[in-house]
Design a protein around this ligand. Structure first.
Ligand code: HEC
Length: 101
């Protein structure tokens, strides 16, 4: 019975992790390149130009929150409000999975 409970609990954690990072990392990688993100943040978000924050090492939830806030305008950045405005919700999930996955 204990083992059975452990399996259920482990399964629930695996499911919730999937919900947190629902995106497709491969699709996120290509969006990151085609939308010009890498031009400032560097390949994989790991080599930013001066004045641009490092994305590599941040978790998926943080990346998703930042992009959602830039898109909605609740976080203000002349550059990123425009860039995030180009992304669909699915593309935001994919990029979050790619950077933070
Ligand atoms: C022209 C340069 C430029 C481009 C292109 C660009 N960014 Fe940014 N990005 C910035 C700057 C500058 C900031 C910091 C904004 C601030 O906090 O005021 C930033 C912030 C961010 C943040 C928040 C990081 C943090 O530490 O809070 C994320 C996530 C992000 N960008 C993702 C992207 C994605 C995804 C794309 C492509 C759709 C993109 N950026 C395109 C310059 C750029």
């Amino acid at each position: 019975m204990k083992l059975f409970q452990a399996i259920i609990i482990t399964g629930a954690f695996a499911l919730s992790a999937n919900v947190a990072v629902a995106g497709d990392a491969d699709a996120g990688k290509s969006t990151f390149a085609t939308k010009g993100c890498a031009g400032c943040h560097g390949a994989s978000g790991a080599a930013p130009t001066a004045g641009t924050p490092m994305l590599a090492g941040k978790d998926a939830a943080t990346i998703k929150q930042a992009l959602s806030d830039f898109k909605s305008g609740s976080r203000s950045s002349p550059i990123m409000n425009g860039m995030a405005g180009l992304l669909s919700e699915a593309e935001i999930d994919n990029i979050a999975a790619y950077i933070g996955g």
